[in-house]
Design a protein around this ligand. Structure first.
Ligand code: Y39
Ligand code: FE
Ligand code: FE
Ligand code: FE
Length: 230
């Protein structure tokens, strides 16, 4: 249950560890690849923030290369087919929203939900990572806070006009996060990451983000409950 600060018992070269890593590493690589594409798409949808969004996209492509190096360092082949299926629902929802110009939904999916998911996963991973991956992940997580901040600032500045769409997008997409956390829990455990810790960290980051944007505590409680039983 408890997240350990040091885990000398983790054998990064065991078959069990490498097998779990082949899926988690793929999820992270696919996530970074999709984040790169999503910020480039947002750059087209938000011309006023174009330069900034293109620079966020470039960070995501650096993150992808960093995590590919982590897999290579452990001699693991990432299971990219698994990872594409893992992200398929969120991916489709982002594409549909982008095609219809629902930029608020795109920002909720990428800059709030996916960034909070990344921040919680990377923070929980850092204490149990191998030395090589720890250094890479520490650098990446700093960038993810900047990405989350972009979404928060934009949505805060446009809060009244965005509120109804945010509520609907939350309702459609938050249940997918709980499904994804369930799908990854067993592999995460092998890497020393507890599901309870992931859920707690995600809830804190996501709740703080909704608060920073302008939602009340009551709104946040209601919105966070969507899909919790999934
Ligand atoms: O903005 C970003 O860089 C996010 C795309 C990356 C998401 C990575 C998803 C991490 C989930 C890993 C689950 C491990 C338990
Ligand atoms: Fe456990
Ligand atoms: Fe990233
Ligand atoms: Fe990011």
């Amino acid at each position: 249950m408890q997240q350990l600060d040091i885990s000398p018992e983790i054998d990064f070269h065991s078959e069990a560890y490498k097998d779990a890593y082949s899926r988690i590493n793929a999820i992270v690589i696919e996530g970074e690849q999709e984040a790169f594409a999503n910020y480039n798409r947002l750059a087209e949808l938000l011309p006023d923030s174009k330069e900034q969004l293109i620079s966020l996209a470039k960070m995501e492509s650096r993150h992808k290369k960093g995590f590919q190096a982590c897999g290579k360092n452990l001699q693991v082949t990432a299971d990219m087919d698994f990872a594409q299926k893992f992200f398929a629902d969120l991916h489709r929802n982002f594409q549909e929203a982008a095609a219809e110009g629902r930029v608020v939904t795109c920002l909720l999916i990428q800059s709030l939900i996916i960034e909070c998911f990344a921040i919680s996963a990377y923070n929980i991973y850092i204490p149990v990572a191998d030395d090589f991956a720890r250094k890479i992940t520490e650098g990446v997580v700093k960038d993810e806070y900047m990405h989350l901040n972009f979404g928060e600032e934009w949505l805060k500045a446009n809060f009244e006009a965005s509120k109804a769409e945010l509520e609907e997008a939350n309702k459609q997409n938050l249940p997918l996060v709980w499904r994804m956390l369930n799908d990854v829990a067993a592999d995460a455990e092998v890497l020393g990451m507890e599901k309870e810790a992931l859920v707690e960290d995600f809830m804190i980051s996501y709740g703080e983000a909704l608060s920073n944007i302008g939602f009340t505590t009551r709104d946040i409680m209601r919105m966070s409950a969507y899909g919790l039983s999934a």
